[in-house]
Design a protein around this ligand. Structure first.
Ligand code: T46
Length: 132
């Protein structure tokens, strides 16, 4: 998991941040989606992906992201449109503590594919341990 700090184009009119393929986003972009209206008492995620890489940006509000892969276990608060979190393939993710105004933008390396999901935590651990 990498934190990416975006370059701000700031002037008296406000701030503009641009995300480009192979610059801020280190993969070919095949899909963009966003999550909003998640209340503070809901949790999302609870899966990993075999192939998919994603960059997550809280463009508004904040949420907490828990990430686990073969060598780290991290909990990070996404609370700024100026930073993104790169989640590599084979990372378990859990998301919670959404603020009412949270809009989570997700930039993805692949189109939506149900077969890419690893929903079972034990299966995820088995895959992680097989690549260590
Ligand atoms: C992830 C986090 C950040 C689609 O139809 N197309 C899509 O591109 C996606 C991502 C989902 N869906 C459908 C599948 C479900 O019926 O939307 C519904 C909610 O998806 P899901 O339960 O997977 O949402 P989250 O928030 O648990 O996880 C999603 C992504 O699946 C996941 O890859 O990293 O957002």
């Amino acid at each position: 998991m990498n934190e990416i700090t975006f370059k701000k184009n700031e002037d008296p009119r406000g701030v503009l941040i641009s995300l480009e393929i192979f610059n801020e986003i280190p993969f070919e972009i095949k899909r963009i989606y966003y999550i909003y209206n998640s209340s503070s008492d809901v949790s999302r995620g609870f899966h990993a992906h075999k192939k998919l890489k994603q960059v997550l940006v809280a463009v508004s509000g904040s949420m907490t992201l828990k990430i686990e892969n073969c060598n780290e276990n991290k909990t990070i608060k996404l609370d700024s449109p100026e930073k993104g979190i790169l989640i590599d393939s084979v990372c378990w993710r859990e998301m919670y503590d959404f603020t009412d105004d949270c809009v989570l933008l997700v930039i993805a390396s692949e189109k939506y594919d149900q077969d890419d999901y690893i929903h079972n935590y034990d299966d995820f651990r088995r895959i992680v341990e097989s690549v260590i």
